[in-house]
Design a protein around this ligand. Structure first.
Ligand code: SAM
Ligand code: DTB
Ligand code: SF4
Length: 407
């Protein structure tokens, strides 16, 4: 099969792909003897992994079975494959730092059973009004000066209905964030077409609206808005020409099939989301999911690796829960294809890894803050990437002190 590759680009990658032909054959054999595998030994594993590995552009016609077969590949092969594909579309060392700000905390009418900001649960959070434009821009300046290239503003709202004056202020925030040279992202709940267009006109880069989990598991987590309503907002955002940031949360009591379902939803959208955030549940006291069993790390890694294989150009963002991940686990995620993080003083209501510790981690592992989002495309071997090594110049050399065995 490989000897028949004729396009010059693919020919250039022969050397990289050949060992993967071996890996994929090996994976197929492993899957064939594993009766739990989605391939059932009928070749789905080999062909799905082959197709993913040979991608020269994103494809949106994945079947759920194909994604399941990739997800169920032995982890050692899966992460090797995803890491290899990652290098064909992205600079392997570049990681985007994005800073979050909660511009309107708490008091939300929705019942998302993981969320500290729902007014239905006693989480001890005090609701606030919308932040002022000046305070938001001051925080954005701090983020930029510390190396973040995207600033994401979140509001605890169900939707934007009847919020005309808030939308005006948010547009001013978006314009100010751009004037600082940062990409802007907002997450404000459901949006209609006209609201999406207004945000586009203000220069908004991206809109975050997560599908959170599979269609099947979703009703066990949220009852006040449907999966289809989420998809409609995402569609309104995409149609307005705003980049889509949509992902999920792992650890909501779901099964591995739901990770496949989540990936299938996003990988078969009319175009892949530009950004796919992978949150792990941060248990919030007072919410129904507080006592949920913690998600195992191998499932997080599998989800990231599969996301990279089925959405080669997406930015994969390690989001909530990273603060509890050891450095080594984070690095495994970067090797498997994750290439963005939230860095700063806070997530929305919970703790976040700070710039200093992230830059020190980057330096230890040969990672760099991504200077600006580069449209990913199939790389030429000699191509250089926009990375900002200057930010690391002042970071002292340090050896890693280690974390607890459970980290
Ligand atoms: N209200 C808006 C909405 O729901 O679209 C925007 C803010 S909401 C907090 C943004 C996303 O944060 C959620 O969709 C969910 O994926 C994630 N999130 C919220 N609470 C979380 C938690 N406790 N652990 C992990 N992720 C969480
Ligand atoms: C996303 O997927 N994760 C971020 C961002 N998009 C808005 C939010 C995570 C919130 C974590 C829980 C909290 O801090 O309340
Ligand atoms: Fe409200 Fe968003 Fe929290 Fe759901 S996730 S309760 S919509 S703030």
């Amino acid at each position: 099969m490989l000897s028949k590759l004729s396009s010059p680009l693919l020919r250039g990658y022969r050397t990289a792909i050949r060992p993967l032909a071996f890996a994929a054959r090996h994976v197929h054999n492993a899957a064939a003897v594993d009766s739990g595998s989605a391939s059932g030994g009928n070749g789905t594993t080999t062909s799905a992994l082959y197709r993913a590995l040979n991608a020269t552009a994103p494809r949106t016609d994945w079947t759920r079975e194909e994604i399941a077969s990739i997800y169920n590949t032995p982890l050692i092969d899966l992460t090797h494959a995803s890491g290899t594909l990652h290098r064909r579309f992205h600079s392997p060392g570049a990681v985007q730092m994005c800073t979050l700000m909660n511009i309107k905390t708490g008091g939300c009418s929705e019942d998302c059973s993981y969320c500290a900001q729902s007014s239905r649960y006693q989480t001890g959070l005090k609701a606030t009004k919308l932040s002022t434009v000046d305070s938001v821009l001051a925080a954005a300046r701090v983020a930029r000066d510390n190396g973040s290239t995207r600033f994401c503003m979140g509001a605890a709202w169900r939707d934007m209905r009847g919020r005309k004056s808030s939308l005006r202020n948010i547009k001013a925030m978006v314009e100010g964030v751009h004037a600082l040279g940062l990409e802007s992202c907002v997450t404000l709940g459901m949006l209609d077409e006209a609201q999406a267009k207004e945000l586009k006109d203000a220069g908004l880069t991206a809109y975050n609206h997560n599908v959170d989990t599979s269609r099947e598991h979703y009703p066990k987590v949220i009852t006040t808005r449907s999966y289809d309503e989420r998809l409609q907002t995402i569609s309104n955002v995409r149609d307005a020409g705003i980049k889509v940031c949509t992902g999920g949360i792992l650890g909501l009591g779901e099964k591995p099939e739901d990770h496949v379902g989540l990936l299938h939803t996003v990988a078969t959208m009319p175009s892949h989301p530009e950004s796919f955030p992978v949150n792990t549940l941060v248990p919030i006291e007072g919410t129904p999911l507080f006592k949920s069993t913690r998600i195992a790390f191998d499932a997080v890694l599998r989800t990231i690796a599969t996301a990279r294989l089925v959405m080669p150009t997406a930015i994969i963002r390690i989001a909530a829960g990273r603060v509890d991940m050891s450095e080594e686990k984070q690095v495994l995620c970067f090797i498997a294809g994750a290439n963005a993080v939230f860095t700063g003083e806070k997530m929305l209501t919970t703790a976040c890894s700070g710039w200093e510790e992230d830059l020190a981690m980057f330096k230890r592992w040969g990672l760099y803050p991504m200077k600006a989002h580069v449209e990913p495309a199939l790389r030429k071997a000699e191509e250089s990437f926009q990375v900002d090594a200057s930010l690391l110049a002042n970071v002292p050399d340090s050896s890693y002190q280690g974390t607890s065995a459970t980290g």
